[in-house]
Design a protein around this ligand. Structure first.
Ligand SMILES: [Zn+2]
Length: 237
């Protein structure tokens, strides 16, 4: 088997897997699989779900179909703390190689891959015989060259210790809350806690910014990849 044939069969296998997890074949699945294969290759990660599984973190910048494909190909997930969601609304992902650390820092080398905005139009130059737009896009994304689909650059990313995979560094009890806030120094300062005593205690971001879940229901159930996740609704969670 030539290198090109092997790449093709790897692609088909990875696409099959991601379609099974995502639930349907769509342009996002093809794009996400291609983006992952491309980004992993550029980042020097050859076996993300095997020998390199402890050496990878992926930052995704959008919650769309392609994100499921990225999760499927890389094996990274929120639960493993190896998938980070940055809500930037960009069809982009950064593949960080934890094996490439800048000495004396928390900075790691990676590759940010951005789906080119114009690739949607370029896709329409392919397969004129396919009339339906999404089917045509799906077929085109399978065969378009990488440089028509993606822009990329090498980046370095500072990853604080508490954002690394593994158990949370510590948990802190929160005033009036039934649940503990599991955090680290940085998230305490930047994301989860607002510094300083508030009415004699500390409060979480969900207290001050408003908790988005209505208190009409006692519990909300999320289903993520066949696992039920229960969020209890309290005044301050
Ligand atoms: Zn989809």
């Amino acid at each position: 088997m030539t290198e090109e044939e092997k790449k093709g069969s790897d692609f088909e296998r990875l696409l099959d897997e991601s379609v099974r997890i995502h639930g349907h074949l769509c342009p996002g699945q093809v794009l996400g699989v291609r983006m992952s294969m491309f980004g992993l290759g550029k980042a020097g990660i050859t076996d993300p779900r095997g020998k390199d599984r402890k050496n990878i973190i992926v930052y995704v910048e959008i919650d769309r179909c392609a994100t499921d494909a990225i999760q499927s190909v890389t094996g990274c997930s929120l639960g493993k703390r190896t998938l980070k969601f940055m809500d930037y609304g960009k069809m982009a992902a950064t593949f960080v190689n934890l094996g490439k650390k800048d000495p004396g820092t928390n900075r790691f080398r990676g590759v940010r891959v951005l789906a080119k905005e114009e690739s949607r139009n370029t896709a329409m130059n392919y397969f004129p015989e396919i009339k339906e737009k999404y089917q045509r896009q799906t077929a085109a994304y399978k065969v378009m060259p990488d440089d028509e689909l993606f822009a990329w650059r090498e980046v370095s990313v500072e990853i604080p210790e508490e954002d690394m995979p593994g158990r949370p560094l510590r948990g802190l009890n929160v005033k009036n809350a039934e649940s503990m806030c599991r955090t680290g120094e940085r998230s305490e300062r930047k994301a989860c806690f607002y510094a300083g005593p508030v009415q004699g205690g500390r409060i979480t971001r969900s207290c001050t910014d408003g908790f988005i879940f209505s208190s009409q229901l006692r519990f909300i159930f999320f289903i993520i990849h066949h696992q039920y996740i229960i969020v209890s609704l309290t005044q301050c969670s």
